[in-house]
Structures are given as structure tokens and as C-alpha cells.
Design a protein around this ligand. Structure first.
Ligand code: ZN
Length: 429
């Protein structure tokens, strides 16, 4: 049998057993190794020996990005310093940069489950993987590289940007898989077509990291390059880095590595579990991480669990694509809404562009009103507006459970940004 990086166990029960064992170990290890964790556990009145079942995770205190920032430069370190073999830093979009330490075993574990990503994407040792993400203190490049080599495919450490070189590599090395952001993927796809080199390259798969790729974007990339598959790879520096899951070839959600971490989906307000299948904040607890274990770390990222068995038959559970950050949550007529949910609904509708705005107003009647302003597609026809508006309003109502006025505007009339565009305009006091 071929070498595999998938878990040894086959049943859900075995997975839960492994999780409980890992949870017990993590709490004991963090309590022994880190004075910060010891203090947090003390304050919560819980000792490592109080963990008897997976439900006992709810007794444990939360860890936040604040805990990581306060402990700068080596927060929550739970092993002696001589056991640390590497550090990585997050790009720090908000506040101070977070630095994470790794032991030799942490690096081994990361390489192992990153190799699993390539296996999930059904690559083989014949594949040639062009890694067009940033190398450096960030976890991206080195993670993709390590996983690729562990898996046994050929890594081409290209780094980001530099279209001339990327195109040259695609032709000369006959790259079969490319790892990059979705934006970079789109640029590559357009560049390949502009240069008329599509019949000289051998690219079959793309793996997108760090940003959510919309359906519209994926479709355009796939069409331009004639790809077999495109995958989304999640990851954050706090949790090793990229590679903590991947969608399989059925693309019905992201399989996450539940043998390395427990994923709870909680209501960001009450911090209680949401009903199965509903959107909430991802809270992660590591099961094997040595240098900086995470106990109920609030990621602020929103998603939902996908129940049932995947067509691929994997025992590894699935979560949906990330829907945005809990910090961006809007409360509208007592319903919690995330901009990513609107994005998700719109990406499933034909005839519109990728740009939109959500405008919230409070009118004289004291009620809140929502307007969703959306661009028509590039070749959009105004005559179709009525029908399109009805369709969008219907889908919003069905999927997000709120009513809004839909306004359609010309393609390219909403502002664009290379960085994150402002999409929500809340005019209520
Ligand atoms: Zn699957």
C-alpha cells in the first residue's frame, strides 16, 4: 500500500478517543509548562485531572490573541527554551505581531499534516509543485515547502510575484500544481492567456491560501487555465500555519485535521456552542502541540460545521469556507449577520459582479432597514434588473433570514481596493 498521511483510525469513535487523549495531555502539559496557562486554569477553577470527557472542554478558559500579544515576544511558551527550534510570526493585521515557537516535534507534526493536504488533493510523487507564496518569517512558504517534500512531490520554491519567472517555470519545469493566493491565481491565469502559452504548460491543480476565493473568481481561473481542481487551504500562525485542512476533490467543505485540533463553533456573544450546522466563531484546542499549545483559542474566524459523511468517505470532519471575522458582525433586527454570509449568497447568483455594499439605516418609524447595493455583471442587462432583484432578495431571505432592499448599479461603479474593501456602511446610531 502506498504511504499515507491520513489518520490511522477509521471510525468517528476512534477519532473521539484520540481527541480526548490529546485534550488531557494538552491541559496537563500547558499547566505544567506555562505559568500563564497555570494561572488561567487556576482562575477558572479547573485542574488537568478534571478532564474526563470531551464535554469537559467547556470547563476550560478561553485563550485570545490578547494573551499572545501580552506575552510578546515568546507568549504561552510551555517548554524549556532549549527545546525551541524555530519561530514564526504572523503578519499582525491588528495590533502587535504574534510570535509563535515550535519544537522539533511541532515541525515534524506540521510537515506530516501538510503532506496530508497534498494527499487530500490527490497529488502523487510525480507532481511538480510551484510554491508561489511568501517565504520568510511568515509560516506560508516554508510550510508549503516542508509539506511538499515530506509528501514526496517536487517543490519549486518560486515565491510570490514575478510573472516572467512564474511563466518560465510553468513551461520549463512543466509544473502540475501551483500554490498561491486566489488573487495571484487570477493574475497568473490572465497572464498565461495573454502570452498564449496555455498549450505549453501542464498545470492541473491550484491550491489557494490566505484569502477566501469567491466562486466567480474560481470559475474564471479554472476556465482560463483549464484546471482539473482548485482547493482552499486554511491556516493561521497560531495553529502551526497553513495546512490545517483541505477540501477533497468533491469540494463539499474543508476536511480539517481533527486528530491535531478540536474545533468548536461558538456563538461569539454568548460563547456557547451554536446548534449544529449554524455559523459561529471557530475556537481551537490543539491536541499535540508542544511549544505553544492552544486551549480554546478564539480565532475570531467564522464558519459552520458540515454534518454527514463526505462522498470521499474520509473520517475527517468538515467545516465550511470561512465567512469572515466575528469582529465584523452586524446585528440587524435581532439577527446576527456577517458580511461573508452576504458574499456567500451573492457568489451563488449569476448576472452580478463581485462587488457589493451593505447599507444600514434607521428610519423615522424606529426600525432598521438594510440596502444591499450590488454591481451588475460586466455584460449585465438592465432589462433583467427586476427579476434579478427578486432572486437576490429571495436568496438573502432564505439563507440569512433577513429582508433587504436590493439596488443594482453599473459594473465598475463601486470603489475597488487592492486591500480589503469596506463593504458595510452602518448609518444607525
Ligand atoms: Zn471529502
Amino acid at each position: 500500500m502506498a504511504k499515507t498521511f491520513m489518520p490511522e483510525f477509521r471510525t468517528h469513535g476512534e477519532l473521539l478517543d484520540a481527541q480526548l487523549e490529546g485534550l488531557k495531555w494538552t491541559v496537563k502539559h500547558a499547566c505544567r509548562g506555562s505559568s500563564v496557562y497555570r494561572k488561567k486554569l487556576d482562575e477558572a477553577g479547573v485542574r488537568p485531572e478534571d478532564i474526563h470527557s470531551l464535554d469537559d472542554i467547556q470547563k476550560l478558559p478561553f485563550t485570545t490573541s490578547g494573551d499572545l500579544q501580552e506575552g510578546y515576544p515568546f507568549p504561552l511558551l510551555s517548554v524549556p527554551f532549549e527545546d525551541v527550534v524555530r519561530i514564526h510570526a504572523s503578519s499582525g493585521t491588528t495590533g502587535k505581531r504574534k510570535v509563535l515557537c515550535y519544537t522539533q516535534k511541532d515541525i515534524e507534526d506540521w510537515a506530516h499534516f501538510f503532506a496530508r493536504c497534498y494527499e487530500m488533493a490527490e497529488l502523487t510523487s510525480e507532481d511538480r509543485v510551484q510554491i508561489a507564496v511568501g517565504y520568510g518569517v511568515w509560516t506560508a512558504g516554508v510550510g508549503f515547502q516542508l509539506g511538499c517534500e515530506r509528501f514526496g512531490a517536487m517543490a519549486i520554491p518560486a515565491g510570490p510575484g514575478n510573472m516572467d519567472m512564474q511563466c518560465e517555470f510553468l513551461i520549463d519545469f512543466q509544473t502540475t500544481a501551483m500554490c498561491c493566493t486566489a488573487s495571484m491565481g487570477l493574475l497568473m491565469a490572465e497572464e498565461v492567456n495573454k502570452r498564449g502559452i496555455r498549450n505549453k504548460i501542464n498545470l492541473k491543480k491550484m491550491i489557494f491560501g490566505s484569502e477566501r476565493s469567491s466562486e466567480a473568481m474560481r470559475k474564471r481561473i479554472g476556465d482560463l487555465l483549464g484546471l482539473e481542481h482548485m482547493f482552499d487551504i486554511p491556516g493561521m500562525t497560531e495553529l502551526y500555519g497553513p495546512g490545517t485542512g483541505l477540501d477533497c476533490i468533491y469540494h463539499a467543505g474543508i476536511h480539517y485535521w481533527a486528530d491535531y485540533y478540536i474545533l468548536e463553533i461558538l456563538d461569539p456573544e454568548t460563547l456557547k456552542p451554536v446548534p449544529e450546522g449554524e455559523t459561529g466563531e471557530m475556537v481551537v484546542t490543539t491536541l499535540k502541540k508542544e511549544a505553544v499549545p492552544l486551549i480554546r483559542y478564539r480565532t475570531r474566524d467564522l464558519t459552520r460545521l458540515i454534518s454527514g459523511e463526505c462522498a470521499c468517505g474520509s473520517v475527517l470532519p468538515r467545516h465550511d469556507q470561512l465567512l469572515g471575522r466575528s469582529d465584523d458582525m452586524i446585528i440587524f433586527r435581532a439577527v446576527n449577520i456577517y458580511p461573508g454570509q452576504v458574499d456567500h449568497v451573492l457568489s451563488g447568483i449569476k448576472g452580478i459582479g463581485s462587488e457589493y455594499q451593505v447599507i444600514l439605516d434607521r428610519k423615522d418609524d424606529g426600525k432598521d432597514y438594510m440596502t444591499i447595493r450590488i454591481e451588475r455583471a460586466i455584460d449585465g442587462d438592465k432589462a433583467q434588473d427586476g427579476e434579478l432583484k427578486k432572486k437576490i432578495a429571495g436568496e438573502i431571505k432564505k439563507q440569512i433570514l433577513v429582508s433587504g432592499d436590493i439596488e443594482l448599479v453599473d459594473y465598475s461603479s463601486l470603489p475597488r481596493s487592492e486591500r480589503k474593501s469596506k463593504r458595510v456602511f452602518d448609518n444607525r446610531d
